[in-house]
Design a protein around this ligand. Structure first.
Ligand SMILES: [Zn+2]
Length: 62
């Protein structure tokens, strides 16, 4: 059974793979993959990162 609302699709194909918000690299099968989600204008936004370093770089606005 497929849950269409699931963000954590383990069986993702390369074509559907998200890109890192910081470096733009395709995230395929990465164990360091990070995803954050937040609510904006009544919808759920999400951002993907290839690892924690990229996630923190995107987060930090010095
Ligand atoms: Zn990255």
């Amino acid at each position: 059974m497929v849950d269409p609302t699931s963000d954590l699709n383990e069986d993702i194909s390369a074509d559907d793979a998200p890109s890192c918000q910081t470096c733009g690299e395709k995230i395929v099968d990465s164990t360091d993959h990070r995803v954050i989600t937040w609510v904006e204008d009544g919808g759920v936004e999400s951002a993907h990162f290839c690892d924690d370093e990229c996630r923190m770089e995107w987060d930090g606005d010095d």
